[in-house]
Write a protein that binds this ligand. Structure first.
Ligand SMILES: NC(=O)c1ccc[n+]([C@@H]2O[C@H](COP(=O)([O-])OP(=O)(O)OC[C@H]3O[C@@H](n4cnc5c(N)ncnc54)[C@H](O)[C@@H]3O)[C@@H](O)[C@H]2O)c1
Length: 244
């Protein structure tokens, strides 16, 4: 028996990195998985997997979210899980960031999860049950990476708590994950700098970087009925880095 048997799960950014691992794990646990991403080429590969359906979605678009949510509901009958995972990053220092950089980052990373909850939660509320997991970042909790990326992840932290209180009485749970540095295509640039990588590992109590499975397994727990009484929670997954 799988932890997500008979559930329909949407994973945004499901074509790469953490999202790609979640797609595989959730489908192994019995879910029908919709991998939603802007990268159509990668989605084609995802769609070849059993119980996985790749669907194009730009999370920054309110209109696309609206049509996507209706489409998923009509095609699959229910929407039980939403993981707002799609995102972009930047290591630009604050002195170089302009208003266009800010708006792009906050629109994809902040408005994206907001619009996802806005359009998906009402369908979950009709079913009186649903679980939303938002992927923030450890940069939303401690003074790391003072730029528009940390601001966007702070937005995810705030809207997750607000949504948990808003949708709780409709049976919809909302929780947030706060990964540390995870080895994915997003952090490839970091990984090529061996010195920086070594420093980060040394500065982490558990003495390693995160892997996509570390985040995916926590998302699976929060998505599943094992977490039936958990909403508004914040789970840091960073090997103890931010505990110092
Ligand atoms: N990798 C890390 O160290 C780390 C740490 C903390 C938080 N996170 C967060 O985890 C999430 C996943 O990161 P990852 O490392 O797997 O990155 P990744 O770059 O491997 O994957 C991100 C995915 O999001 C998709 N995407 C980007 N913009 C999109 C849009 N507008 N609409 C739809 N899809 C879009 C990309 O096509 C890609 O498939 C992100 O929200 C990221 O901020 C990552």
């Amino acid at each position: 028996m799988g932890k997500l048997d008979n559930k329909v799960a949407i994973i945004t950014g499901g074509a790469s990195g953490i999202g790609e691992y979640m797609v595989d794990l959730f489908s192994r646990e019995g879910a029908t998985v919709i991998a939603a991403d802007i990268n159509e080429e990668a989605l084609e590969a995802a769609s070849e997997k059993e119980n996985v359906h790749g669907m194009k979605l730009n999370v920054a678009s309110d209109e696309e979210w609206k049509a996507f949510a209706k489409n998923v509901k009509e095609r699959f009958g229910s929407i039980d899980v939403l993981v707002n995972n799609a995102g972009i990053s930047s290591e630009k220092p604050y002195t170089d960031i302009n208003v266009d950089d800010w708006q792009k980052m906050l629109t994809i990373n902040g408005f994206g999860p907001f619009a996802g909850m806005k359009h998906i939660a009402p369908y979950m509320a009709e079913q009186e049950k649903g679980s939303i997991v938002n992927i923030s970042s450890y940069t939303a909790q401690i003074g790391q990476g003072f730029n528009h990326y940390s601001a966007s992840k702070g937005a995810v932290r705030a809207i997750s708590k607000a949504a948990a209180t808003n949708f709780g009485n409709q049976g919809v749970r909302v929780n947030a994950l706060f990964p540390g540095i995870v080895e994915t295509p997003m952090t490839t640039t970091l990984s090529t700098s061996k010195g920086l990588l070594d420093q980060l590992v040394q500065a982490t109590p558990l003495q390693r970087l995160g892997q996509p499975e570390d985040i995916a397994k926590a998302a699976l727990f929060l998505a599943s009925d094992d977490a039936a009484f958990i909403t508004g929670a914040e789970l840091v997954i960073d090997g103890g880095f931010s505990a110092q």
